[in-house]
Design a protein around this ligand. Structure first.
Ligand SMILES: CC(C)(COP(=O)(O)OP(=O)(O)OC[C@H]1O[C@@H](n2cnc3c(N)ncnc32)[C@H](O)[C@@H]1OP(=O)(O)O)[C@@H](O)C(=O)NCCC(=O)NCCS
Length: 318
């Protein structure tokens, strides 16, 4: 077995790497929500400038039996690396995962990083290999989230009469951009991250524009926002990604600005944006910390159910 870099300039090698990762990651997870090939290929072939990506593969002969990815943030969190390791069923418990991990650690250290974070997602009914592996390599849990799904339509909530609903798709219209950047930064500062010690991402207009442009190549990006009628103050937003051609939607951020809480705006923004989705989209996936009581209750009241647990773990490598 050898561990090498993926040659990202080779389309056939890219497809084989992705197929191995996808198969390994889905093996014990019937509800897995994974990035689509096109979205991954964009990262692998056109890096964003805010993150350095390295893609490794473990091969036996010609077969890719395991994959690993290393993300080195270049703007915030420059002491940290993010990692993922996936080993194809049939090749597990033979040291492939550990060999990939050790290579990731060596590279993260060489890049001056002192800790590696990883998201380990498990279906608690099926397998805890991921958490057992994380423990074996010395990583400890810092935060937990639940992965929830709901089938559409969900129970609806009307938008409070004091607010206007503002919807857009794709690029945020010019007249709303400053307010949207402020809300996105509020979200990044407010979202509970448990004991994860992370610097919040700070967006400005240029960084938002570049992220919008990249996301739109893989997703139909939809935003629902609420603006108070009396003074025009923005109360919150909800952000959705529909992968091109998919029958499901990825519910990303939902934020209600601090002084606008208590009007059920979170549920109203979500249900308003689900109503606008094309008919072929029948399922919503979302992620919430069980400790985020307000959002967890909002979700379960709308019909979401927990299908997976996400453990955010971290290993010290200094
Ligand atoms: C987790 C995963 C990468 C492990 O790959 P692997 O090649 O089987 O790992 P290794 O053989 O190197 O195992 C290293 C150690 O991890 C632990 N471990 C791995 N799988 C385990 C399992 N199913 N049950 C208990 N312990 C396990 C053991 O301590 C093992 O050492 P040992 O075999 O000497 O007892 C693989 O199961 C997988 O791809 N799972 C899905 C993706 C995932 O959860 N990745 C981790 C998040 S980044």
């Amino acid at each position: 077995m050898d561990v090498t870099d993926l040659d990202t300039s080779d389309p056939d090698a890219r497809r084989r790497w992705f197929a191995a990762q996808d198969r390994a990651a889905r093996a014990d997870r019937p509800h897995a929500l994974l990035e689509a090939y096109g979205a991954w290929e964009l990262l692998a072939t056109e890096p964003s400038g805010h993150t350095d990506h390295q893609w490794l593969q473990a091969r036996e002969g010609d077969e890719v039996v395991g994959t690993a990815r290393l993300e080195l943030p270049l703007t915030e969190n420059r002491d940290l690396a993010w990692a993922e390791v996936d080993v194809v069923p049939g090749h597990r418990r033979r040291g492939v995962g550990r060999a990939l991990w050790e290579e990731l650690v060596a590279r993260a250290r060489a890049a001056g990083r002192t800790r590696i974070g990883a998201e380990v997602v498990v279906d608690p009914q099926r397998s805890d290999a991921g958490t057992a592996f994380a423990t074996a390599v010395g990583a400890v849990e810092k935060h937990r989230e639940d992965h929830l799904v709901a089938d559409l339509p969900v129970a609806g909530t009307a938008v409070d009469a004091a607010y206007d609903l503002v919807l857009w798709r794709g690029r945020c219209p010019d007249e709303h951009r400053a307010a949207y950047v402020a809300m996105r930064n509020q979200m990044n500062a407010d979202v509970p991250v448990g004991e994860l010690d992370l610097e919040a991402t700070v967006l400005d207009d240029a960084r938002l524009a570049s992220s919008e442009e990249r996301l739109m190549r893989s997703y139909d990006v939809r935003v629902a926002a609420a603006r108070r009628r009396s003074d025009g103050a923005w109360g919150g937003y909800s952000l959705l990604f529909v992968p091109h051609g998919a029958d499901f939607v990825w519910q990303d951020d939902t934020l209600v600005m601090p002084e606008h809480r208590g009007h059920r705006l979170g549920a109203a923004l979500k249900s308003a944006s689900y109503r606008e989705l094309p008919a072929e989209v029948t399922r919503v996936h979302t992620w919430t910390a069980p400790t985020n009581t307000a959002m967890h209750r909002t979700n379960t009241a709308m019909g979401f159910r927990v299908v997976e647990h996400l453990h955010e773990v971290e290993a010290a490598i200094a």
